[in-house]
Design a protein around this ligand. Structure first.
Ligand SMILES: [Zn+2]
Length: 81
């Protein structure tokens, strides 16, 4: 596990984001080894991207995307809005 994967794993722990795979019930995931920008477009133009951490269920391959910025926000940040 590299530094990025360790960071994401710790953040998921701290948020209690530990439920098993919602497709097959497996409780083991691999975390891809770097952030993955998910791009979106507005009106046909490429707009921006959201840096994501992707978890892949080791049994069924279900992919779960977490916004890294949101994961890094503390509970206090969320209460401030
Ligand atoms: Zn699964």
């Amino acid at each position: 596990m590299n530094d990025f994967q360790s960071k994401i794993s710790n953040l998921l722990d701290s948020k209690g984001a530990l439920t098993p795979c919602n497709r097959c019930g497996n409780d083991e995931f691999s975390i891809i080894d770097d952030e993955w920008p998910v791009t979106y477009s507005k009106g046909g133009w490429v707009g921006s991207s959201i840096p994501c951490a992707i978890l892949i269920c080791t049994k069924c391959g279900n992919m779960i995307f977490h916004s890294i910025k949101q994961l890094e926000r503390s509970q206090q940040d969320n209460e401030k809005g």
